[in-house]
Write a protein that binds this ligand. Structure first.
Ligand code: HEC
Length: 123
């Protein structure tokens, strides 16, 4: 009896170990080049979402931003303006000049993500 039970337990243990290894290596891949793995991968995810917002909300049509491959020229060149997170958030929420407010189109989370993306991409 013991001879049958032992290998069965071993199989379960090593399967669990393998799953853990796979999960760990997947997490490591998501972290990209950031130095601290946990906060780094969260930052990468936020930046990715922010880039998507930038591309899909129409920012790229009016603004130049190298990090998003955008070359719009209706609004200021964000690579030159280098707006802070607070400035992007305020501008996107309220609009200003020719730029429309995005408060009704984007959620607070999306605005925060795009603000983080633009401010980190230009600093
Ligand atoms: C219809 C064109 C248009 C769109 C779309 C647009 N912008 Fe703008 N944006 C402008 C213009 C024009 C200004 C300058 C406003 C002014 O004169 O005060 C501006 C200003 C800004 C500023 C302030 C720059 C500064 O002077 O500090 C930021 C930041 C900004 N836009 C980010 C964004 C983001 C992010 C998006 C997408 C969510 C976006 N814009 C979409 C036209 C646009």
């Amino acid at each position: 009896m013991r001879h049958i039970r032992l290998p069965a337990c071993w199989t379960v243990l090593s399967a669990a170990g393998l799953a853990l290894l796979v999960a760990l290596s997947l997490a490591a891949c998501g972290g990209s080049s950031a130095s601290s793995p946990s906060s780094g991968s969260k930052r990468a995810v936020a930046a990715l979402a922010g880039k998507q917002v930038f591309e899909t909300a129409g920012c790229a049509g009016c603004h130049t931003l190298a990090a998003a491959g955008a070359s719009g020229s209706i609004g200021p060149d964000l690579d030159k303006v280098k707006p802070t997170l607070a400035i992007v958030e305020r501008q996107v929420t309220h609009g200003g000049g020719v730029m429309p407010s995005f408060a009704g189109k984007l959620s607070k989370t999306e605005i925060a993500a795009v603000a983080k993306f633009v401010s980190t991409a230009t600093h």
